[in-house]
Design a protein around this ligand. Sequence first.
Ligand code: GDP
Ligand code: IMO
Ligand code: MG
Length: 430
Amino acid sequence: MSKVDVLLGLQWGDEGKGKVVDVLTPNYDVVARFQGGPNAGHTLEFNGIKHVLHIIPSGVFHPDKKNVIGNGVLIDPVIFEREIEGLWKKEVDATKNLFISKKAHLILPTHRLLDAANEQAKGNEKIGSTLKGIGPAYTDKIARTGLRVGDILEFDFRERFELQKFQHIRIAEMLDFDIDSFRIENMSLQEYEDRWFASLDTLRHFKLINSEYFLNECLANGLNVLAEGAQGSMLDIDFGSYPFVTSSTTVTAGVCSGLGVAPSKIDKVFGITKAYCTRVGSGPFPTELFDNDGDILRNRGNEFGSTTGRPRRCGWIDIPALKYACMLNGVTDLLVTKIDVLNDFETIKMCNKYIIGGKETEEIPFEFNSVEIKPVLNEYPGWQCELQGTPSFDQLPKNALSYLAEIEKAVHTPVKAVSISPDRKDVLFR
Ligand code: GDP
Ligand code: IMO
Ligand code: MG
């Protein structure tokens, strides 16, 4: 009996999960996504190719590995079809090694309508959603009105679709949303709906399965499974900076419900953090930089959203948030990405504590969104040289090793690897 290892983001997403999953995939037989949907954008780079995945697991470029979209994931068939076509262009035939849970919920075109209507209604308080329909689709799942992948095979699917659509349109009207002018990727709602139904044919070509049985059989047969997280712990529906979060359980606990594996089956938890911090969308970000240092991080780190192209907010690494995430996830191995982005800094800063209401604290307060948080920043000397070509972890510049040691000490979790470029080949394991 083998176990499931988990890889997830410890910050506000975009930590480099896709890249690291791709690097770790040779050690596994199965890679499985357990939550999120097309709000995710996971970038992989190798042999001069750059590829962004949204719903499909990041193991898909390894033809001998199985990839599973678990029950906890949301699927928009149009985006799914586009991803499959994108893979085709790179000569990857996902029909062979991609398995999809029949229990995964569908994102309907009107979920995207509602996402936009809800955001508009929130005005200045808007979440900054990726507008992929995530919140409304998970809302229907919890309300027990959602449609699932397996339902597309049922005779009354169209009828159930129409019922849902009717309800959604009524809500959008109540919110005074201009449905006629609404566009999804330059398509009217009706055009997108037509495309949506056409793309169900692509979905039907895949192995639609009871993925909880499939995965538990894999484990019973000694296959190694890697669960790939989307978003990050600070965007978790329970523990993130609510309401500025996504609508799923992004922490390790989500693996159990999103794949149907028992807690006792979880082994290692790889927590990914950037060597600094970013966030897209609204909500608190105590270490955010509004100065030249922030611009350096954004430009050197190419911090523009993989899904929406929005500029990411940038700041120094936030240890209280990282400690919180390590605690919630039971991180066994810390993997630090994008350390090369800090190459030019003479001095690097790290937030070890917050000052809230005149008092020092290392905890994320309940009032995270409403209180003024002043980060206490410690300074560390930079290394000011390129890292490309560093042959091994131990041969990183002395100041880079000291910086990593500080992170490790602060969060009481060992750093097991560091990533020094977007490319697959540039991960240094310890
Ligand atoms: P994910 O959502 O966690 O998979 O991360 P994204 O793909 O959204 O964003 C990470 C970005 O950083 C992508 O553009 C990656 O190609 C890039 N990246 C990943 N690791 C590194 C690294 O070590 N150094 C640099 N410079 N870029 C990296
Ligand atoms: P990956 O997997 C970064 C953010 C959005 C918004 C909030 C809610 O690539 O790390 P949603 O569309 O889920 O309703 O948006 O969450 N968000 C992400 N930020 N990376 C992601 O995914 C994200 N997925 C959602 O920007 O603030
Ligand atoms: Mg991303």
